[in-house]
Design a protein around this ligand. Structure first.
Ligand SMILES: Nc1ncnc2c1ncn2[C@@H]1O[C@H](COP(=O)(O)OP(=O)(O)OP(=O)(O)O)[C@@H](O)[C@H]1O
Length: 249
């Protein structure tokens, strides 16, 4: 059984079609990177897949037990400490205080968030630390599926890389599946087993490419070469640019 199956998903905003006939399946333990030109509907699709947005057409079949989501902004509660932010979904699930604390601390350590910072509030943390808290909050519920919506776009290159490594390692050790929206082909090639390319808005899936080897085992030279080959030689990537146009605007 698939971890996630999307069948004939269609969506429109104010009569303008953004997604049409999307069929996509994610296997247990598989991380699928979703790329495509700006505005093609990547976030809409991931929100539909996660059950946040109701699609106009089609069905979403979730084969996972428990999911979590990591957004571009960490979305932390400003009045709660890092520890309480990480434990928040556990609190909602009715888990007792002592276990919540232990699980929050274990999740923090998995993302290398320093224990001495657990009592700090979001305003006292750097952007990278806040995003670590958001990832730890996702891991704390022990999900077997995580939706990532451009989680590292706002981070600088070195930090982005460290965060990608955390996700790769967490996905490998906890064996969760994921749908990972990104603008960054290098990121897609580093973190995923497969890349799915959405076409311009309303045209559906343009195609997909499997990635050789396992995430975490690809050396930098191979990642770079794969991205260059996609951008220069593969017509599937003709609408993808290696620059995020929102940043240069
Ligand atoms: N809540 C909304 N109401 C109206 N239009 C929307 C809404 N959300 C998204 N859109 C429009 O739908 C289209 C797809 O948006 P979406 O954010 O899903 O694309 P995206 O591929 O994730 O874009 P980007 O790469 O720029 O983040 C865009 O034209 C966007 O303006």
């Amino acid at each position: 059984m698939n971890a996630l199956s999307l069948s004939r998903i269609g969506h429109a905003y104010f009569g303008r079609t953004v997604l049409d006939h999307i069929d996509l399946a994610v296997a247990p333990g598989e991380v699928v990177a979703l790329v495509g030109p700006s505005g093609c509907g990547k976030s809409t699709l991931v929100h539909i897949a996660a059950g946040i947005v109701e699609p106009l057409r089609g069905t979403v079949a979730a084969g996972y037990r428990r999911h979590a989501m990591v957004f571009q902004e960490p979305r932390l509660l400003p009045w709660a400490t890092a520890r309480d932010n990480i434990a928040y979904p556990l609190r909602l699930a009715g888990i007792r205080a002592r276990e919540r604390k232990a699980r929050a601390e274990a999740a923090a350590s998995r993302v290398a968030f320093d224990a001495v910072d657990l009592d700090k509030y979001p305003a006292e943390l750097s952007g990278g630390m806040r995003q670590r808290v958001a990832i730890a909050r996702a891991l704390a519920v022990d999900p077997d599926f995580i939706f990532f919506d451009e989680p590292f776009t706002a981070l600088d290159a070195a930090l982005k890389r460290r965060m990608q490594d955390l996700v790769i390692e967490a996905a490998r050790s906890a064996h969760f599946a994921g749908l990972f929206v990104t603008h960054d082909l290098m990121e897609a090639v580093r973190v995923a087993h497969r890349i799915v390319v959405l076409d311009l808005a309303g045209r559906g899936i343009a195609g997909q490419r499997p990635l050789p080897g396992q995430p975490g085992t690809r050396v930098d030279g191979d990642v770079f070469a794969a991205v260059q080959a996609f951008l220069k030689q593969d017509p599937l990537f003709r609408h993808i640019h290696d620059v995020d146009e929102r940043r240069v605007a």
